[in-house]
Design a protein around this ligand. Structure first.
Ligand code: ZN
Length: 396
């Protein structure tokens, strides 16, 4: 066995901090599969959706709420925590799990996306990125080595390589190629810098919408000893067809690869369904929580805008039969009142519901894959979407 193949197999290596086991695969043309991701902070069933806790908090929820919606793993943002309150402070306070009171798994992202999307006066050179903080304008510098040091200080179960993402539609092919090759060089530096034995490290496949660049990037990351493979540069301004085309290039190249595949930033139910069908195991997005705070509640029949006056006299729960904190105890009328009165409880209850809806949707997908009905589920939900009934509204 060559060193490369041996190293690339670390997804199943029992000595690794995170282990991934595929437990069932869909039938027919679908590449959907279920799996178990064992982490130092517990077991995660895949396909999985990770709620986002940007500032070491899933906005409006406490850890009991996050547990109750069913989250086994959450994402937190390296860029934000490095700028505020500072990763060294969090390390000195016992690490991110202790700091935020969350004893299940955490993944920290690379910081690359925020450097590109949030930071000001950004300049990228071969060594790293210099930018001004979106918080106070202070001059900051991220290099691959610094991004790893930040994530080792935070101590998440899974860290992610510092990358150079580019928005596909706003970039010339030469820019995408340049950023992708730089991402590869930075990935090797992240591997060399990463030393924490109780923390996994994922790489990020880039390449925009260009099939040959995606193939080259997939081949590069498949040959390196990462614990999992992220697919970056999507969930932006591409169409669902363009996203699927990229996944249909990337995933078949990884068919014999034992590691989990994580599409960063995807969050609407129909998008999640399509990406699971294409063979993706892990997802994250702020979307369900963000729309909840805007009074948009996801339900199987579509979505409800609780700012609409018709809900002020509606005694029914937001979703009949939903197990969440909101639907168990409160009416649409009460939530509509809370939003109109700008009461803080509205954000918590609405977020609990939308995250419960999303995580239950993923559980339904996992069950369908395991019992062989995923193709039927996919057909049914796509037919509903095409007829503009139930799920299409939340999928937009
Ligand atoms: Zn509910």
């Amino acid at each position: 066995m060559t060193a490369t193949i041996q190293d690339a197999a670390r997804g199943t290596d029992t000595r690794r901090p995170v282990r991934f086991t595929v437990t069932s695969a869909s039938v027919g043309d679908s590449r959907a599969r279920t799996g178990i991701l064992d982490t130092p902070h517990g077991r995660v069933d895949t396909p999985v959706f990770m709620p986002v806790g940007t500032n070491a908090t899933v906005k409006a929820l406490d850890p009991d709420d996050i547990r109750e919606v069913g989250a086994r793993i959450i994402l937190s943002n390296t860029y934000h925590l490095a700028l505020r309150p500072g990763h060294e402070r969090i390390r000195d306070l016992g690490g991110l799990h202790a700091f935020m009171g969350w004893d299940r798994a955490i993944l920290t992202d690379s910081g690359g996306f925020q450097v590109v999307s949030l930071a000001q006066q950004r300049s990228i050179d071969e060594d790293g990125a210099t930018f001004r903080s979106h918080l106070d304008g202070s001059l900051q510098r991220f290099t691959p080595e610094h991004a790893i040091a930040v994530q080792e200080a935070l101590g998440a179960d899974i860290a992610v390589c510092f990358d150079h993402p580019v928005p596909p539609h706003a970039s010339a092919r030469s820019e995408v190629a340049d950023a992708t090759e730089r991402t590869h060089r930075w990935a090797d530096r992240c591997l060399a810098a990463h030393t924490r034995p109780d923390q996994a490290l994922f790489g990020i496949i880039q390449g925009g919408l260009e099939a040959d660049l995606r193939m080259a990037s997939t081949a590069f990351f498949a040959s390196r000893p990462f614990d999992g493979l992220c697919i970056g540069g999507l969930a932006g301004d591409e169409t669902p067809e363009q996203r699927r085309a990229v996944l249909d290039v990337v995933v078949p190249m990884l068919v014999d690869d034992p590691r989990p595949r994580y599409l960063m930033g995807l969050g609407s139910p129909m998008d999640l369904l399509d990406a699971v069908d294409a063979g993706v195991d892990m997802f994250d997005s702020v979307l369900p929580a963000r729309v909840a705070r805007n009074a948009t509640l996801w339900v199987p029949g579509g979505k409800l805008n609780l700012r609409n006056a018709r809900f002020l006299d509606d005694p029914r729960p937001v979703q009949e039969g939903c197990r969440c904190r909101l639907c168990r105890s409160f009416s649409r009328a009460y939530l509509a009142h809370l939003f109109r009165a700008n009461e803080l409880l509205a954000y918590r209850l609405a977020t609990c519901h939308n995250l419960t809806f999303t995580l239950d949707f993923m559980a339904r997908i996992r069950s369908a894959i395991a019992d062989g009905t995923f193709p039927q589920l996919t057909r049914d939900l796509r037919a509903q979407a095409a007829s503009r009934s139930p799920i299409d509204v939340v999928g937009s």
